[in-house]
Design a protein around this ligand. Structure first.
Ligand code: ATP
Length: 240
């Protein structure tokens, strides 16, 4: 891999469910230490793309490259081990387990136990609210706290690319702002972020670059700052 090699390259990928095609020759790339957003309306195919990347859904064409290596034939376990870790839509925490046990579940594949302990403390620094509530059952926490717990659990797997599906869904703007600030800290610690968002304002505010997906195709891409000012984006997604 050279400095110019993207961490992740999705190259002309097709995917779908049963007879229904959803992704059509979709291509994106994510470079190391970037925050990249995928935006688009309901049903555009964003979650489908994350499923393909986690290898939960097969590619019907095209390739997925990780640091230039073809990982299209890999299993979900294998891509997880390489460091592609997803924070699923709806958080999917272990509701009847404590916050701390949820975080430790994120690290269940890791053998570097002393580092896992240090990472646990790092999570409580990154998300002080989780530190205060480490003994509380995850299912009894607020939506924002649960999202923090889901992100921290994914980080406990020591990801290189963290893929977050609908981070802001159902959360108050002040909580979303806190999470956006944490994303910048996460990136500063060397984790690359792929953010899937229906809230285009949030996504473009948080990301370096973004792709607009419509009907399973990339229709626009570029620097997030420039896309915010793009008339097509403003009209379709920002209500301007
Ligand atoms: P949203 O933000 O609403 O989740 P999205 O961009 O993430 O939208 P997807 O969830 O990827 O969109 O859905 C893309 C298309 O695939 C939709 O038409 C959806 O109905 C369909 N789809 C998603 N999951 C399945 C499934 N398990 N079986 C059949 N069709 C599905």
């Amino acid at each position: 891999m050279t400095a110019a090699t993207p961490l992740l390259q999705v190259d002309q990928v097709n995917a779908g469910y049963g007879l229904m095609p959803v992704l059509h020759a979709l291509s994106i790339e994510v470079r190391p230490a970037e925050i990249v957003a995928l935006v688009g309306s309901n049903g555009a195919g964003k979650t489908t793309l994350l499923r393909v990347l986690s290898r939960l859904l097969p590619c019907r064409g095209g390739r997925i490259l990780w640091e230039g290596r073809d990982i299209t034939p890999c299993t979900p376990d294998q891509v997880f081990s390489q460091g592609l870790v997803q924070v699923p839509e709806g958080r999917q925490l272990f509701d009847r387990m404590s916050v701390q046990d949820n975080l430790l579940m994120g690290a269940y594949r890791r053998r570097d136990k002393p580092q896992v302990r240090r990472d646990l403390e790092r999570m409580y620094t990154l998300f002080p609210r989780l530190g205060e509530r480490r003994g509380q059952l995850a299912g009894s926490m607020s939506g924002g706290e649960q999202q923090m717990c889901a992100m921290a659990r994914a980080l406990m797997a020591a990801p290189r690319l963290m893929m977050i599906d609908e981070m802001s869904l159902g959360l108050a703007p002040v909580v979303v702002q806190q999470l956006v600030e944490v994303l910048a800290d996460i990136r500063a610690q060397g984790v690359t972020v792929l953010l899937v968002e229906q809230d285009v304002q949030v996504a473009l505010g948080a990301a370096d670059r973004a792709y607009v997906i419509e009907n399973g195709r990339v229709t626009l891409s570029g620097e997030a700052r420039q896309l915010i000012d793009d008339p097509a984006v403003q009209q379709a997604y920002l209500g301007v």
